[in-house]
Design a protein around this ligand. Structure first.
Ligand SMILES: [Fe+2]
Length: 176
């Protein structure tokens, strides 16, 4: 048995501490890098979560989520209006980033984020997400209160930025 088994409650405590530290982005990044570096440990000790996404904790400073993406679905283009740090512990997340600064949506970068890898997203970054081959599992630390912030979805067909609501989200979700 490893000396330090992954413990979700302890992870939440550390993520909350990171969010109120002097450099929250760096602290959240370091915590996730340390955590997912031992993916097997997380896989073996993470509780089974049936839903694709679950909020594990939230206050005014931080929102901590479990996120599972499926290769059968592309999460529609959206922003977060706050800094986010993503740590993948199983499978591979595929992110595509877009720029719309001149009113036209343009793909600017695609990355594959495999198990053990961490990525930082800035508040205005627009991305779509799916998983490669099999479901991906990750811990996401949002440096703010995600449930109350007014985020946007981006409809590439109409060129419109629309409110991030469940209805709009389901309308835009793509099956590749
Ligand atoms: Fe996102």
């Amino acid at each position: 048995m490893p000396v330090n088994n992954f413990n979700l409650e302890q992870f939440i405590v550390k993520a909350r501490q990171a969010a109120v530290s002097q450099n929250p982005i760096k602290a959240a990044e370091s915590l996730l890098q340390y955590t997912v570096a031992d993916c097997e440990n997380v896989i073996n000790h993470m509780p089974i979560i049936a839903e694709c996404e679950r909020m594990l904790f939230e206050d005014d400073t931080v929102s901590i989520w479990y996120c599972r993406f499926e290769p059968s679905t592309v999460v529609p283009a959206h922003d977060h209006k706050m800094h986010v740090v993503v740590g993948v512990y199983q499978g591979t997340e595929e992110h595509t980033f877009f720029d719309n600064s001149n009113g036209i949506y343009k793909e600017v970068q695609s990355i594959s984020l495999g198990a053990g890898e961490v990525e930082k997203l800035s508040p205005k970054q627009i991305h779509t997400v799916t998983a490669k081959n099999t479901a991906s599992h990750a811990l996401h630390i949002y440096l703010g209160k995600l449930s109350t912030v007014e985020r946007s979805l981006f409809d590439f067909e109409s060129g419109k930025e629309i409110p991030f609501t469940l209805n709009n989200y389901e309308k835009l979700a793509q099956i590749p």
